[in-house]
Each structure stands twice: as structure tokens, then as C-alpha cells.
Design a protein around this ligand. Structure first.
Ligand code: 2AM
Length: 183
């Protein structure tokens, strides 16, 4: 990639109250090799684009805008906090939300429009990544899932394009643009 490349992903920003609610439950996962995601970086993952050149940005934004004009806003309900349960995600702790037809359709259409190759067949799980294990950690502990004591609802009213700048100890994210979903 050239110097003018940028790393992008599509995600929904979270209300401050939801972030705080999720973070207070994370103490169950305390471990020397775990790093909690800073509050400013928390988001509902929709689609990871990866590195693209600056001149692709207007086209990408236009595609996301068109998709958001065709999809309804939705509300997700928190199911549990748990270690990433799939072979792809064992090194994460995430907050997993309920399966939602509206989320799946939005995620599928973003992947179809933005992917350089056909999207994975595997369905995307609605989640917020809360913590990651250090890459050097070989032994990932078997934490039990944490269930929310009461219902926690996450309204998803808009979709944002985020830039990720890799940094230590955490990447720095910034929102480049946002588009409302249909009400
Ligand atoms: P994750 O939280 O489930 O890992 C920025 O990294 C965002 O893009 C995160 O929401 C992350 O999802 C998502 N993402 C998906 N695939 C990724 C990849 N291969 N590398 C980095 N981030 C990825």
C-alpha cells in the first residue's frame, strides 16, 4: 500500500450509557493478558473494509450512503458478554446481541457492495468487541459468559464510516462520515 492508503471499517457508534453499562460488566474477565478496548473505540461492528487508497473514499462513502437509504433503523438486545466463541474470534471478549433480520440484511448489503471478493457465507454476529488478549498470550482462559441482569437495548439509527490508525496500545479511530437509517 502507498503512503496515501487509509484503513477503514463500517460500524455503528454507541450511546454513552450503553458503553458504560457494558464496561461495568467486564470485571468478570480480568486477566493479566487482557486489554480492555477504550470507551472511545467501542462500536457495533458492521463491515471491515481494510486498507484502501484515499481516492477510493468518495466511492465508498457513496455506496454506504445508498445502502443506508434502503435500510430501516433497528434495536438490538444484549444477550451476553463472552469470549469470542468462534474459531476466528477466540482472542476477544465481546458483547453479543440477538440475531436480527434487519442487522443481517444491512451487514450483507454492506459486504456485497464493499467487498473486493464475494462476502463470506458465514452469518455475521452482532457484537461489540470489549477486550482483546495480547498476541503473545498462548493460554486463553475459559471464562463463563456473563448474562445481563436486566434487558439492555441498543438502538441503531445510523451507520458511520470509521478510519483506524494503528497505534500502541490501541488503534486510534475517527468517524469520517455518518448516514441515518430509515425511520
Ligand atoms: P472485531 O471487533 O470483531 O474484531 C476495526 O478493527 C473493526 O473492524 C472491528 O470492528 C473489527 O471487528 C473489524 N474487523 C473485522 N475483520 C477485521 C480484520 N481482519 N482486521 C481488523 N479488524 C477487523
Amino acid at each position: 500500500m502507498t503512503n496515501d492508503s487509509i484503513r477503514l471499517f463500517v460500524a455503528a457508534a454507541l450511546p454513552e450509557g450503553i458503553k458504560q453499562n457494558l464496561l461495568t460488566r467486564l470485571t468478570a474477565f480480568t486477566h493479566p493478558a487482557i486489554r480492555f478496548v477504550p470507551s472511545a473505540n467501542l462500536h457495533l461492528t458492521l463491515y471491515f473494509i481494510g486498507n484502501v487508497s484515499q481516492d477510493q473514499l468518495p466511492g465508498i462513502s457513496e455506496k454506504i450512503k445508498t445502502i443506508t437509504q434502503q435500510h430501516l433503523a433497528f434495536i438490538l438486545s444484549l444477550e451476553r458478554l463472552e469470549p469470542g466463541p468462534t474459531a476466528r474470534t477466540p482472542r476477544l471478549v465481546w458483547a453479543r446481541f440477538n440475531v436480527s433480520r434487519l442487522f443481517e440484511q444491512l451487514q450483507h448489503d454492506l459486504a456485497t457492495a464493499l467487498a473486493p471478493k464475494p462476502p463470506e457465507k458465514q452469518k455475521a454476529i452482532p457484537h461489540v468487541t470489549l477486550a482483546r488478549y495480547r498476541k503473545s498470550e498462548k493460554h486463553i482462559p475459559a471464562f463463563a459468559p456473563v448474562l445481563p441482569p436486566e434487558q439492555l437495548l441498543l438502538p441503531v439509527n445510523e451507520v458511520s464510516l470509521w478510519q483506524s490508525e494503528l497505534a500502541s496500545p490501541h488503534p486510534v479511530y475517527s468517524i469520517l462520515d455518518s448516514w441515518p437509517l430509515l425511520q
